[in-house]
Design a protein around this ligand. Structure first.
Ligand SMILES: *[C@@H]1O[C@H](CO)[C@@H](O)[C@H](O)[C@H]1NC(C)=O
Ligand SMILES: *[C@@H]1O[C@H](CO)[C@@H](O)[C@H](O)[C@H]1NC(C)=O
Ligand SMILES: *[C@@H]1O[C@H](CO)[C@@H](O)[C@H](O)[C@H]1NC(C)=O
Ligand SMILES: *[C@@H]1O[C@H](CO)[C@@H](O)[C@H](O)[C@H]1NC(C)=O
Ligand SMILES: *[C@@H]1O[C@H](CO)[C@@H](O)[C@H](O)[C@H]1NC(C)=O
Length: 244
C-alpha cells in the first residue's frame, strides 16, 4: 500500500485504518454467527420441558401445572436464572417425591452452577452429556435410586465444590479421576454399594474438608496420601472393611 501523506501522523491513519476496519468487520461477523447458533434461555426451557417429560410420577402435582410451556422459564418452581446472561443458573427439585430419570438434554443447561435433586426417586444411570455442565459448583444427587458405576467423567467438573452421591445404589469402585477436582470441599458417598480400594488420587483433592464413605463395601487400607489433605476436617468410613 502507498501512503501519500504530508505528515507521519496522517500516514499512520491512512495505512493502518484499513486493516483495523477489516478486523472489526471480522469481529462483528463472528459475533453475529455466534449469537445465531449459541444456546439461549429458549434452549434451557426446552431442556427443562424434556426433563419434565422424563418425570413419571409427581404425587404433589408440583411440576404438572407449574412447569407449563407458556410460563416464563425463570418463573418455574425450582428454577433460578442469572441476571447477567439470562440463563438458568440453579435447579432445585429436592424433596418433591418425584420419580423419573435424567435425560441427556439436562446437559444443555450450560450456565447451571447448582443442581439439587436430593431426596426423590430418580433412578437409572447418568447421561454423559452432564459433563457439559462445566460451571457446576454444587451437585446433589443424594437419597435417590441411581445405579451403575460412578462415571469417570465426574472427575471433569473444574469448578465443583460439593458432590453428594450418598444413599443411592452406585456400584463398582471410586474412579481415580475423582482426584482431579481442584475445588472440591465435600465428597459424600455414604450408603451405596461401592467396593474396592479408596484410590490414592483422593490425596490430590487439596481443598477437601469433608469425606463421607460410610456403609459401603470398601476394602484395603486408608491411602497414605490422605495425610496430604491439610484442610480435611471429617473423614468417616464407618461400616466398611477398611483398615485405618
Ligand atoms: C434463541 O435462539 C434461537 C436460535 O437458535 C432464536 O430463534 C430465538 O429467538 C432465541 N431466543 C431468545 C429469547 O433470544
Ligand atoms: C410457579 O411457581 C412459582 C414459585 O412458587 C410461582 O411464582 C409461579 O407463579 C407459578 N406459576 C404458575 C403458572 O403457577
Ligand atoms: C494424583 O495422585 C496420584 C497418586 O497419589 C499421583 O500419582 C498423581 O501424580 C497425582 N496427580 C496430580 C495431577 O497431581
Ligand atoms: C453396613 O453397611 C451395609 C451396606 O451398606 C448395610 O446394609 C448395613 O445395614 C450397615 N450396617 C450398619 C450396622 O450400619
Ligand atoms: C502425598 O503423600 C504421599 C504419601 O504419604 C507422599 O509420598 C507424597 O509426597 C505426598 N505428596 C504431596 C504433594 O504432598
Amino acid at each position: 500500500m502507498i501512503c501519500i501523506t504530508p505528515t507521519p501522523n496522517l500516514m499512520a491513519k491512512t495505512c493502518f485504518l484499513p486493516p483495523l476496519m477489516f478486523m472489526l468487520l471480522l469481529f462483528v461477523t463472528f459475533r453475529a454467527t455466534l449469537s445465531k447458533n449459541s444456546p439461549n434461555i429458549t434452549t434451557d426451557q426446552s431442556a427443562l420441558l424434556v426433563f419434565k417429560s422424563h418425570i413419571t410420577h409427581d404425587p404433589h402435582n408440583l411440576l404438572e401445572t407449574n412447569w407449563s410451556a407458556s410460563s416464563s422459564v425463570c418463573n418455574l418452581i425450582g428454577v433460578t436464572c442469572g441476571s447477567k446472561h439470562h440463563r438458568v443458573t440453579a435447579l432445585d427439585l429436592s424433596s418433591m417425591d418425584l420419580t423419573g430419570t435424567i435425560p441427556s438434554q439436562l446437559g444443555s443447561l450450560s450456565f447451571l452452577a447448582s443442581l439439587d435433586i436430593h431426596q426423590n426417586n430418580f433412578h437409572g444411570s447418568l447421561p454423559t452429556e452432564l459433563t457439559n455442565l462445566h460451571r457446576l459448583k454444587y451437585l446433589n444427587f443424594g437419597n435417590n435410586n441411581f445405579d451403575g458405576e460412578i462415571p469417570l467423567w465426574f472427575g471433569y467438573f473444574p469448578r465443583i465444590q460439593s458432590l453428594f452421591l450418598y444413599m443411592n445404589k452406585f456400584t463398582g469402585v471410586i474412579p481415580s479421576t475423582l482426584g482431579n477436582l481442584p475445588k472440591l470441599e465435600t465428597l459424600s458417598l455414604y450408603d451405596n454399594n461401592l467396593k474396592g480400594q479408596i484410590p490414592m488420587t483422593i490425596g490430590n483433592l487439596s481443598n477437601l474438608k469433608w469425606l463421607f464413605m460410610d456403609d459401603n463395601f470398601f476394602t484395603g487400607v486408608v491411602p497414605s496420601t490422605l495425610g496430604n489433605l491439610s484442610k480435611l476436617e471429617t473423614l468417616s468410613f464407618y461400616n466398611n472393611s477398611v483398615k485405618g
